[in-house]
Design a protein around this ligand. Sequence first.
Ligand code: MGD
Ligand code: MGD
Ligand code: SF4
Ligand code: MO
Length: 871
Amino acid sequence: MTTECTKTACPYCGVGCGVEVNQLGIVGDKKHPANQGSLCVKGSALAQSLDMPSRLLYPKYQGQEISWERATDLIADAYHQAIESRGPDSTAMYVSGQLLTEDYYLANKFMKGVVGSANIDTNSRLCMSSAVVAHNRAFGEDVVPVSYNDIDAADMIVICGANTAWTHPVLFRRIQQARERNPKLKMVVIDPRETVTAQQADLHLAIENDGDIALFNGLLKYLIEHEQLDHHFIAQHTEGSKQLFEHLVSEQYSLDSLSQHLSLSSEQLTTFFNWFATTKRAVTLFCQGVNQSQFGADKANAIINAHLATGKIGRAGSGPFSITGQPNAMGGREVGGLANQLAIHRGFDHQSIELISEFWQTDRLARKPGLKAIEMFEAVERGDIQVIWIMATNPVVSMPDNRFIQQALKKCPLVIVSDVTAESDIAQYADLLLPAAGWGEKQGMVTNSERMLTRQRQFQKPKGLAKPDWQAIAMVASKVSARLAMQDGFKFLTEAEVFGEYAAMTGLNKNSSLLLDLSEYAQISEQEYAAWQPVQWGGAHPFANGQFSFDDGKARFIVPSHSQASDKMQWWLNTGRQRDQWHTMTRTGHIAHLAATEAEPTVYLNSRSADCLNIKQGQLVSVSSSENNQSIVAKAEFDDGLSDKQLFMSMHWAGKYAQFNQVNAILSRKSDLHSGQPAFKSQPVELQAVRVNCYGMYLGDQFSHKDFIYHSFQTEERTGVWRFASRDWLDKSSASELGGTLCERQLVMDIEKGWLAIGYDNAGEQKIIRSLILISGQPITVTSADLARLIGAPLTFSRLLSVAAQQEKALLVCSCLRVNDQQIIRELESGDCTSVLQLKNKLKCGTNCGSCLPQIAALVDQHSQTVIVSK
Ligand SMILES: Nc1nc2c(c(=O)[nH]1)N[C@H]1C(S)=C(S)[C@@H](COP(=O)(O)OP(=O)(O)OC[C@H]3O[C@@H](n4cnc5c(=O)[nH]c(N)nc54)[C@H](O)[C@@H]3O)O[C@H]1N2
Ligand SMILES: Nc1nc2c(c(=O)[nH]1)N[C@H]1C(S)=C(S)[C@@H](COP(=O)(O)OP(=O)(O)OC[C@H]3O[C@@H](n4cnc5c(=O)[nH]c(N)nc54)[C@H](O)[C@@H]3O)O[C@H]1N2
Ligand code: SF4
Ligand SMILES: [Mo]
């Protein structure tokens, strides 16, 4: 790591926090407008993320190391041959919102400008594409009309379908600070789950799954009936109100009907409606609970409709705010990385095709939209796509129905994968692997949720022969251009040159109604690029003058085509994120304190429902989908913030951590008609207890597993932790088969309901513990942290007793300082602490990154309520 100070950006979520790499390590950048120095739990662990296991160091073809020249020749030949023999659409690229703008721009230029196919899609299809459709339909351009500063100016914040406290923690902290400064600021959370975000709300609307359109239509009906519309704004700046308002006459949006349909009381509904009607400034944040639905685009438009109808847009403290997931999801949308966009916010109209062909000096430009992610992998499965290049995404985990995606890729003649690790699931499907430079080793631009462009800067050399993705694309694109006898448009020497060309291209929007225009940076010098300070394009409020991006300058109301919530009678699976993990765990699964909050694949359900099915806490259950006939096994945990029939699982479990129990195996491919975004959050499923006679946990270096019905892996400090289960009882004689043989000696003892094997080595006078096996007939509730501490420690009688006595079932709250809920509850119950501040002082919880503060606050609230009730 450098001794100088490098300013860069966090590579995780779309908040886009500024980061400083200096002598102290990796810390928040106090001067960055997005975070002013704060980092969340993932951002605070960036230094540890640099030691990613199994770095991919060399290009590899069918398992053999090869040179970059050979690798790029092979790829160029494959694209060229496929283009010549079957046409451009027999090739594809599947890329990612974690690429930098320069990578993304060149990938798009290569596929659409050289290959001549728009078969380039991105994981933003799974993430932001419904919001993109909604913005295009309502505003005429994919523009987010708000800024983070609007949080401070708002009188009301609505968070719809987002667990911001966990997924955009630094933004959530800003909301909390705004509420502390302005106690009148109201926060409403709309989520079928009582999340940590919802626990902090003034009003939580636990709607039925997919009930959002009905709710926002109901809001509009209420606004009409209570004469709370901004008629001037509607008349001057919008189109389509008449059709929408006629639609809202329907009885289904009356309070009674909504209340029944959404399982909310009419008081809850009128409180929300009345607050929205009577507050001047409101921001509605939305994320995947809106986007990832079969009706995602309509949901987003229903939200935008409410803002347009009240003129709550384009001014301080107001607007619909689609928050982006990945660090450069926004940059990818700007360059045109989605298959149904051409480039720079333009589609496939005649004029755009002419302008862009001219700019790229190509007569091969793609003339029609390409295949969206799900369609793309279906085409791979049919054999219509002969070569696919997958970059910075792990679709064999993150796509829905991922066993289908795995089968499809097995059939594809050439799968090229660019990744930083050889351990990712997608790397296992590659015929040709390209080593990518990771965060800190590459540089470029990213755009965050509020359109702020920040530089990611390099502070380390790439490992092995790894290269930044843009260089790999440029090498291949030059070679394909040569084979097609085209001029080489990829002779870039630096990232600044690539960025300059992209910025120049946005200048094509100058004489149009489109707002995206960075052309003032077209001539950017190396020095200016190096010294770049965060820049927000479009200003704080892009539509402040009431002019939208349609030719007539007016925004459009959209009549949602569907407004029914899902069937209440059916068990349904909701999926999403945990606070401490990032996506498919390749960057965060190896960091012990981040791995500790959810230790194994877990399905949450409420205790009432569990009782009805006779499912006990910690027991293994199988969750299956009749839509694709797949099932997985996971541990059952209770969460009374879930409604009856609702299950929740995190999306993260992948690779060696999850084995076969990845949640996306049981998700079907159904998606939004307009956007193609999968409905990750509403899968009808069935749930069943699994018959298990033996639960096991192994701590040590290496685990030789048998054909267990379940096993998972967790990284702990100094050791690995494997959990497993089998139908048959494992007796003590199996101890040595499970990994104990690695130690010189083993001590096996009976404990309550099972046995414990301790593997140890003799080191002089001492016996040092090397491994532990715990076998029980009951689900094992011991947390791994305490056991892990014994590995490498001397074996003594008292230690043996402490192992045997491990009973406490605790939930980790502060992962940085490893403080669990039981410790906090003990302090509260003893009366030693009564506030978050006192708990911070005494236990130090929440004093590092602060991501757990909302949970600590919830425990304090729960405790004070218990005290009131018992009085
Ligand atoms: N810790 C962490 N943070 C992340 C990420 C990560 O992997 N880990 N990933 C980043 C990325 S790429 C993204 S896209 C964002 C996602 O950020 P979020 O969207 O905030 O996160 P999710 O957990 O996917 O889902 C949000 C909520 O939608 C709710 N929901 C489900 N169905 C419905 C519904 O019908 N209506 C409503 N109103 N709500 C519903 C779920 O209960 C869930 O609480 O997070 C980003 N931040
Ligand atoms: N069930 C369910 N599934 C979901 C979701 C959900 O809510 N529920 N959410 C969806 C959403 S919103 C998203 S964004 C996706 C995310 O899903 P993915 O994009 O598949 O997840 P990641 O783990 O981020 O994959 C990134 C890959 O790129 C590699 N990588 C990291 N940096 C670089 C780089 O600089 N260059 C290259 N070439 N490789 C790099 C990493 O090692 C990793 O293998 O998941 C989607 N899937
Ligand atoms: S909120 Fe956390 S993950 Fe998101 S950019 Fe900031 S530090 Fe990174
Ligand atoms: Mo995402």
